[in-house]
Design a protein around this ligand. Sequence first.
Ligand code: NAP
Length: 322
Amino acid sequence: MKKVIVVGATGLVGETIRNILEEREFPISEVKFLASSRSAGKEILFNGKSHVVKALSGDEFDGFDIAFFAAGSDVSKEYVPIAAEKGVRVVDNSSYFRMDENVPLVVPEVNPEAIKESDYIIANPNCSTIQCMAPLFQINKHYGIKRVVFSTYQSVSGSGVKGLKDLDEGIQEFYPFPIKGNVIPHIDSFLENGYTKEEMKMINETRKILGIDDLKVTATTVRVPVRFAHSVSINVETEKDFSVDDVKELMDCKLGMKLMDDVSNLVYPLPIFAEGKDEILIGRIRRDESLEHGLNLWSVADNIRKGAALNAVQIGELLLRS
Ligand SMILES: NC(=O)c1ccc[n+]([C@@H]2O[C@H](COP(=O)([O-])OP(=O)(O)OC[C@H]3O[C@@H](n4cnc5c(N)ncnc54)[C@H](OP(=O)(O)O)[C@@H]3O)[C@@H](O)[C@H]2O)c1
């Protein structure tokens, strides 16, 4: 049994972490929920008992075993090292530590071996990255990957409660343009190379998780007026030839994926099918006829569950073993 803390327990990801800890019967002897001072005093029902939310402070971590952080990069930057220093093993949802070479970046179905007993900080990857790792891992294992092109269609819940508010109320408080009835090719801030930070996260995190430092990857990340679940078009150039049927077989009920690929019956992944589900839905698998060994596929997953909270709790389950 473990003593567990959730930081950012009142947010979209934090709330889902709480639900998934309950659903998967994570072995918890004591639990503490932290948020900003705005939420201190709120009551949260967990495993049938009421818990009062406390304001985050460095003193709250003493004697705890595992902390799930879901309160943004600034909070992680300041408090994750404090928790780790106190012997708490941290699963961090923010991007702050992901590219730190001393911090494993983990998708449990793909690279669980990256976590060592001595690791006190484990990073949870970007939501769009996570849902592309299982299919790419399978393709790389069997055919070798030469190049990947990601194009994303990301839901507003990826921006937390503020994104949902802009869409639901048809306002423009958080995004630079109205999101209702629109498509915005801009997620996170722009960098000097013309990419956004979100695009560079997908590129760099893919290389780190698959363990291919020089993999050719590019990405365009786009916000769409969908509430939950991100969709990603993945174009892959492989080293070796493949058959489309064999690729479908590699995705069918493997590594957390569910194959939805029967276009003659209009079966393909949609955000409405992925919302609230754990599986990564894969479909539209077909040859890219512009390349000798090219493949197109379509991945849809709930960004709050597999893209964040579920992956984090699965990492927590790996920590129970060591
Ligand atoms: N949404 C996604 O799809 C997604 C996917 C992957 C990763 N993530 C990451 O997960 C984290 C949380 O995202 P979210 O979507 O859940 O955001 P959110 O809905 O806006 O929730 C933010 C949470 O952080 C807390 N918080 C904010 N400032 C704080 C502070 N100074 N001290 C303590 N707690 C503070 C908030 O508490 P109050 O209620 O008191 O304000 C709330 O519990 C972020 O790092 C995000 O990048 C999100």
